[in-house]
Design a protein around this ligand. Structure first.
Ligand code: COI
Length: 357
């Protein structure tokens, strides 16, 4: 067993790597896991048992608080293989800070910055051969944390596990998506946990997702009603952007949507280009009116897993609008290309978004 100096990370490597058996031409999102995982545990008021181990099942108490009362949060970020052979991670500090904010909202002990950052670096160092080489491929990184105290009283756990594992991935969506505005079920309300990346925000979306699939739609655009007006929120796996006329508009961070790292990057890239960008409440009525008058030029989702995903059409009740053909989507195509170039080191990283392994 080796030991990494600063954090004293114990590293136990696999006897035989599974890498050889992976079909990199047919990667289904999240199916293949790399050889190792990073683990840190919060015990008796301090982070301890910091290690990298072969990826494997966990041993947990059936009474573990996270599983009963949802003290469970996660993150998603990606590492890329650059043309010069280096491996770059896109904005890991932003994900680390968001994990800490999610922890605070769910009364969990936040993972210290050095455990997140050094653990991530060490894990990628050990599993660097798992970062795929193919176009539109990357290593998806899934850090997560949960309360693991074996106690079914409703209270904040006094012990936690923080784990990072990784998956070589290709595209999350393999075609533009049809999106349906949901106004029966809601994902989040002001004062709730919509802005936290809490595991519990996802299960309630599965039944509504099944229902809209039956109508022929791929994804839900969540909405909220304020003073009798229905406003657009997020898509659940990604933040929502529209281009109306020359303006790029995205719902503001009002506590009901996830403060996406890709969302933030797009807003910055738009500002760099002098594109007018508005973060504000945008009503479903305004979006559909723009569609009717030909002003809705583009609509897309943005997220770590989804990157930039074109929206093919938008539905609401019994109305449906097809958006302009992808060949006319100047803004989303520009952001997609620009992000890709920065991540692969083909363009200057002027905002210092990349961290190299
Ligand atoms: C991500 O984009 O990383 C996400 O977490 C979205 C989804 C896969 C849950």
């Amino acid at each position: 067993m080796e030991t990494l100096e600063r954090l004293n990370i114990d590293i136990e490597r696999v006897a035989n790597s599974r890498l050889e058996g992976v079909d990199f031409d047919n990667l289904k999102f999240g199916h293949v896991k790399s050889d190792h995982m990073f683990i840190a545990q919060y015990r008796n008021g301090q982070w301890t048992n910091i290690s990298i181990k072969p990826y494997d099942y966990l041993q947990l108490s059936p009474a573990c608080i996270g599983m009963h009362y949802g003290q469970m949060i996660f993150e998603g970020l990606k590492a890329f293989r650059l043309e010069d052979g280096r491996i770059g991670i896109f904005r890991p500090e932003a994900n680390m800070r968001r994990l800490q904010r999610s922890a605070e909202r769910l009364a969990m002990e936040p993972v210290p910055a050095d455990i997140f950052m050094e653990g991530l670096q060490a894990l990628l160092e050990v599993d660097k051969s798992w970062v795929p080489h193919g176009e539109e491929q990357s290593l998806y990184i899934r850090p997560f944390q949960f309360g693991d105290e074996p106690n079914i009283g409703v209270k904040a756990s006094e012990t936690y596990s923080f784990i990072i594992f990784t998956c070589p991935v290709g595209k999350y969506y393999d075609k533009p998506v049809n999106v349906f505005v949901e106004d029966t079920y809601i994902r989040a309300a002001r004062g709730g946990v919509g802005e936290a990346k809490a595991a519990g925000n996802y299960a309630p979306t599965l039944l509504p997702a099944r229902k809209i699939k039956e109508k022929g739609y791929d994804q839900i655009l969540w909405s909220q009603r304020v003073d009798d007006t229905l406003y657009a929120g997020e898509i659940g796996t990604m933040n929502f952007f529209v281009q109306i006329g020359d303006k790029l508009i995205t719902p503001e961070l009002d506590g009901t949507i996830l403060p996406g790292v890709t969302r933030d990057s797009i807003i910055q890239l738009a500002k760099d280009e002098g594109i007018e960008v508005e973060e504000r409440m945008i009503s479903v009525k305004e979006i559909f009116k723009a569609a009717e008058t030909g002003q809705l030029k583009d609509a897309f989702g943005a997220g770590t897993a989804a990157v930039i995903t074109y929206i093919a059409g938008l539905g609401y009740h019994d109305r449906h609008y097809d958006l302009p053909p992808i060949s006319e989507r100047k803004l989303s195509t520009f952001f997609k290309q620009k992000l890709n170039n920065i991540r692969l080191g083909k363009e200057a990283d002027v905002h210092n978004w990349m961290t190299y392994v």
